[in-house]
Each structure stands twice: as structure tokens, then as C-alpha cells.
Write a protein that binds this ligand. Structure first.
Ligand SMILES: NC(=O)c1ccc[n+]([C@@H]2O[C@H](COP(=O)([O-])OP(=O)(O)OC[C@H]3O[C@@H](n4cnc5c(N)ncnc54)[C@H](O)[C@@H]3O)[C@@H](O)[C@H]2O)c1
Length: 380
């Protein structure tokens, strides 16, 4: 299969590329290094050292054909698709931080406009150039928010005033970043309805972990962010443990979110690529389990203690976000299981590996220490 990965330099894009070349697929990728640049702009960096894209390509035996460019530029996307004529496009090339989108009007607009434009560019280019390309688009479980009812995969049966229908489940993003993903989802749904494009829309949970089988095999790291803007919760807790400082849970800590390991995220994307829809808009809730923030902090503290014999404090700080502190949460994830997904790596498998990788990068962690505590506040 010929696969074009947009955002190939990122946390998920690069390990996905390694998995696909290892399986013998033809891999093309594009990136404009926004995450590297934006992360430096907020005085942060990957806590684990990563190679330049040139080095990465060399170390994989030049098996990736790389194009530098901005996915939100329509000419770049049209040329790229004409040059590569892929069977599938995996679109990961968006601004992916909720806090970044909440810094200012500029970063909110940058996130909304660039993310929505990039997905629109892909939709139009696929419609105009090669309509049977499978578009795999990364959305977020955060698109649904935290409703007080079960969360299905994209659609649900509803009865209202004596009539019933099968409708898109309400999406209630809790940041401008999540709202950009909500817009993307509706735009993809419409593109399928009017032009019959083949779309897998992936509502992904929070990804944790430093490694996959191929990262080990090629000895090539993927980025790992721990700062308040780009770092996700488990990654931040693990770095606080290694730095010997309290794990700072936002608010009461009963907020629940869906999670999966990096290894499982790559496996799911691989399964989705191998099961393309035909003229269908298909939604996958891509996660393994859901946990509260308190549970995640407890799991990091427990694993740290069994590795080092040392207790680590868990503290609670004011929640910088506007979110329900204690709520019902029951999302479904049956669609991936139907195509063969089974959990490969659990929290307790992965946390010791993350802690050990961070211990080996402690000098970088110490430099990044000031970037961990939240400064970006939703209500500012
Ligand atoms: N990591 C998670 O926990 C998580 C959870 C849910 C959804 N997602 C989604 O998955 C996708 C990938 O996430 P990630 O963690 O790998 O993020 P990442 O920031 O590490 O990777 C995204 C890559 O896309 C590139 N990029 C961004 N905008 C671009 C543009 N306009 N043109 C070209 N390249 C661009 C970045 O430079 C980066 O290399 C994102 O869409 C993100 O929203 C991630």
C-alpha cells in the first residue's frame, strides 16, 4: 500500500511511518516542523532527544520520501497528492494542543483556521485528483465532551417528540483546539455525503508512552512532551516523578479521560488502514481504557515506588481548564475491536518504561522543569 502521512515528524506520525516501512509499505510523508517550532516558542522541547528528519530518513535506509510543506496550503496538498497518488492518507498534521489554542486570540485563530483549512484541502484534493483514496483523519475523544449519557461511536438512535432518527452524537469540545476537530468531523461527514469519499474519522484518546516495537528495532526515538502546553497528563506526571517533585493533579482529579499506549495507537491506525471503508464515513473511538486523573497519578506513584522504593507526593492544584470535576463517563470502543484490536500494552506495562527513558534523559528534564506547571488558564 502507498501511504501518505501528513505530520510524519510528530509523536504518532514517526512511529507509524516506522511500522509501515517495516511491513513493506511505500511511505511518503509531509511536515513543516510546526510542533518543533511551536514547542520552542513556549520555551519547551521534547524531553527525549530526537533526530532531525534528515537523520531519521537516513537511519531508516532512505525508505521514507519526505516533503517539507504546510498542509494548510492548498497548492502544497494538491501537488503532493498528484506526485504521490497514495492509496491512503493519514492526516495527523494539525496543531494538537488544547492549551496552545487557549493562550490568545491569535493562537485560537491559528488553531481553528489552520486545522480546518488543512482538512478541507485534503477533502477537495482527494475529490479532484483520486476519489478512492482512504482518508484516515485524527480527531479526539475530547470532541464529545463529558455528557451525562453513554458516548457511542459517532452516531446514535434518538427519539424526540415521538419521532426517531439515527443522528451524529452531539460534540461539545472544551477548547478551541477541540472545536477545530469538531468542525473537521462535520466537514468530513459532509464530504462523504456529497462526494462519497472513503473516510475513517478517528476519535483518539490521550496517548502515553515512549516506545513501540519499531522504535526499539530502529533505535529511533519519537518526541515526548512534558510541558503545560504540549505535554499530556501521564507524560507530565512521569516527568514530575523523575524530578522528585509532587505530581500536580488539576482540580479534584475525578475528571475522566480515555487513554491508550503509543504502541496500541499505532496498531489501531494500522488496522484502520487495512480495513478501508467504501463510500462510507466511519467513526472509531480509539482508546483502550478510561481513567480518572487521580487514578493515573496513583499508577505513576505506585510504579515509581516499586522501581525506586521512594514515595512520591500527589498534590492538587487549581484546575486551569473549565471542565466538570466529577462526571459520568462511558464511551464505547467496539468498532476497533470488530476489526481485530486487542490491548497490547497496559498502563502498568508502559509506566516503568517511560520512567526509565526519562531517567536516562534527566539532564533534559531538569532544563524543562519550569515548563511543567500550568500558566495558560481557560478563564483568563
Ligand atoms: N498525542 C495525543 O495524545 C493525541 C490524542 C488525540 C488526538 N491526537 C491527534 O493526533 C494527531 C497527531 O498528534 P501527535 O501527538 O503526533 O502531535 P504532534 O504535534 O507531535 O504531531 C503533529 C505533526 O504535524 C505537523 N504539523 C502540524 N501542523 C502542520 C501543518 N499545517 N502542515 C504540516 N505539518 C504540520 C507537526 O509539525 C508535527 O510534526 C493530531 O492531529 C492530534 O490532534 C493526538
Amino acid at each position: 500500500m502507498k501511504v501518505l502521512i501528513l505530520g510524519i515528524d510528530g509523536y504518532i506520525g514517526f512511529p507509524l511511518a516506522l511500522r509501515l516501512i517495516d511491513q513493506g509499505h511505500e511511505v511518503y510523508g509531509a511536515d513543516n516542523f510546526y510542533t518543533r517550532k511551536r514547542s520552542r516558542k513556549v520555551n519547551a522541547d521534547s524531553a527525549i532527544k530526537i533526530d532531525s528528519m534528515n537523520e531519521r530518513i537516513k537511519k531508516t535506509g532512505n525508505k521514507i520520501k519526505f516533503y517539507y510543506g504546510d498542509v494548510s496550503n492548498p497548492k502544497f496538498i494538491y501537488d503532493l497528492i498528484k506526485n504521490t497518488m497514495p492509496d491512503a492518507i493519514v492526516h495527523l498534521g494539525e496543531q494538537r494542543s488544547a492549551p496552545y489554542s487557549m493562550i490568545s486570540l491569535d493562537t485560537a485563530n491559528e488553531t481553528l483556521i489552520k486545522n480546518i483549512k488543512s482538512t478541507m484541502n485534503i477533502i477537495y484534493a482527494v475529490k479532484d485528483i483520486k476519489k478512492d483514496i482512504h482518508i484516515v483523519k485524527l480527531g479526539s475523544m475530547g470532541e464529545y465532551g463529558t455528557p451525562n449519557i453513554d458516548i457511542p461511536e459517532g452516531f446514535f438512535n434518538i427519539e424526540y417528540h415521538g419521532r426517531s432518527d439515527y443522528l451524529p452524537f452531539p460534540r461539545m469540545g472544551q477548547s478551541w483546539y477541540h472545536m477545530s476537530k469538531v468542525h473537521d468531523s462535520y466537514n468530513l461527514m459532509l464530504a462523504n455525503k456529497i462526494w462519497g469519499l472513503n473516510i475513517s474519522d478517528v476519535m483518539q484518546g490521550v496517548v502515553y508512552g515512549t516506545r513501540t516495537g519499531e522504535i526499539n528495532k530502529y533505535n529511533l526515538n519519537t518526541r515526548f512532551d512534558i510541558d503545560e502546553i504540549y505535554g499530556t497528563v501521564l507524560n507530565r506526571f512521569a516527568s514530575q516523578a523523575i524530578l522528585g517533585i509532587p505530581l500536580t493533579v488539576y482540580g479534584q482529579g475525578n475528571q475522566k479521560r480515555a487513554f491508550l499506549s503509543l504502541e496500541d495507537s499505532i496498531t489501531c491506525l494500522n488496522l484502520i488502514l487495512n480495513n478501508p471503508p467504501h463510500n462510507e464515513y466511519r467513526v472509531y473511538n480509539q482508546f483502550d481504557e478510561y481513567y480518572s486523573l487521580n487514578y493515573i497519578a496513583g499508577a505513576v506513584a505506585k510504579n515509581y515506588k516499586s522501581l525506586t522504593g521512594t514515595d512520591i507526593e500527589v498534590s492538587h492544584i487549581d484546575d486551569p481548564r473549565i471542565e466538570s470535576q466529577d462526571h459520568y463517563y462511558n464511551p464505547a470502543n467496539e468498532n476497533l475491536k470488530k476489526i481485530g484490536y486487542r490491548r497490547q500494552r497496559s498502563l502498568d506495562d508502559e509506566i516503568p518504561v517511560i520512567l526509565s527513558d526519562l531517567e536516562n534523559n534527566k539532564k533534559r528534564l531538569i532544563k524543562l522543569k519550569d515548563s511543567i506547571m500550568p500558566k495558560t488558564k481557560w478563564n483568563k
